[in-house]
Design a binder for this molecule. Structure first.
Ligand code: RB5
Length: 145
């Protein structure tokens, strides 16, 4: 799977950890940021990753900031992006099964590395169920217009 991964400085360390752990199984597009010490603005990096998904250059995005909140809000401003901030594997599974989320947000300052990796793996391995959930997603798409 092609995955766009982005963070701000607050999510940088977790971004690097996730990339290191999943790069053997997936093609990673690292959208920055490039270090944990330069203060940057998370909407800029959410935008780079979301554009990759919108253009079909990536199947999904993983976006990380300090809490995961700001970067998820920014990601969800992009048409066609359904970004879920997840704190456990159950949320990751359900947002794929029911919301067909195509972006996962994580908080580098609130979620430990191993739990974050488990969340990422569950997100990537879970399929969308379709059916009644598709009509709900269609209604979300209409709200974007
Ligand atoms: C950066 O200090 C921090 O505000 C950001 O990473 C994130 O937590 C915002 O939601």
């Amino acid at each position: 799977m092609k995955i766009a991964v982005a963070s701000d400085h607050g999510g940088y360390e977790l971004k690097q950890f996730i990339i290191k752990q999943i790069q053997k199984d997936h093609e990673i597009i690292d959208c920055g940021a490039n270090d944990a010490t330069t203060s940057v603005d998370y909407p800029d990096f959410a935008h780079i990753a979301c554009e990759k998904v919108q253009k079909g250059e990536a199947t999904c995005a993983i976006v990380v900031c300090g809490t995961g909140i700001g970067i998820s809000i920014a990601a969800n401003k992009h048409q066609g992006i359904r970004c879920a901030l997840c704190h456990n594997e159950y949320e990751a599974e359900m947002t794929r099964r029911h919301n067909n989320a195509n972006a996962l947000a994580l908080g580098g300052r609130v979620t430990g590395d191993q739990l974050a990796l488990n969340i990422v793996k569950r997100f990537l391995e879970t399929e969308f169920e379709g059916g009644r959930h598709q009509q709900r997603i269609d209604k979300i798409s209409k709200l974007e217009q």
